[in-house]
Design a protein around this ligand. Sequence first.
Ligand SMILES: Cc1cc2nc3c(=O)[nH]c(=O)nc-3n(C[C@H](O)[C@H](O)[C@H](O)COP(=O)(O)O)c2cc1C
Length: 221
Amino acid sequence: MSQPNVPHSSSKHITLAFTGASGAPYGLRLLECLLAADYTVYLLISSAARVVMATEHGLKLPSGPQAAQQTLLAHLNSQRDQLIDSDKLVVCGKEDWFSPVASGSAAPKQMVVCPCSAGSVASIAHGMSDNLIERAADVVMKERGQLLLVVRETPFSTLHLENMHKLSQMGVTIMPAAPGFYHQPKTIEDLIDFMVARILDHLGIKQGLVPRWGYDQRDNH
Ligand SMILES: Cc1cc2nc3c(=O)[nH]c(=O)nc-3n(C[C@H](O)[C@H](O)[C@H](O)COP(=O)(O)O)c2cc1C
């Protein structure tokens, strides 16, 4: 009997979505850390996320998945000594319904939407599944996996809060993009790393981006 061919059954894999909230640098840094941790990353990028990425980071991502993958790899590799294995980054199209992330039978059990717009919060909270980001989130929820939403908006309307409350009750982790200052950040990168470190902590991925509360900070007092 032939061996069942379950894609990535034993490897580390995760779904990451960039949506059109402010905070594109959080998403990029998280992607870099996940790839450095040897994860295969299924990356989903909304149209608005591409606008935000160009506005905030000056990085123009093509709309085609393969071209976007090449652009991201070139960008990340230009900032690293060690080249990223290109097979580890799988960019999926908006309506790529045959992507593993679209089905509970193959989807990674962990997904992060970073940054997450209020619009995507609403769509996910109401199970719209109208594009691959919404469908992938719906799959992770129905499979009782781990979904983290790094939401960015200010102030929050009652509607935003109701949607987040609903998702939180379903076990979704709402992580507002709200970095702390107790690690005494000196640069914007320090603030970005604060958020990314908290996300990696929640995913159970070892990180050394910022000092850990109560371990490395006592000497300052
Ligand atoms: C530069 C820029 C910054 C934005 N910042 C936010 C934001 O912080 N939070 C938010 O909810 N929407 C923000 N938006 C609006 C969203 O991009 C817009 O609602 C979009 O429809 C979200 O779609 P998506 O969730 O499919 O990416 C921003 C748009 C742009 C162009």
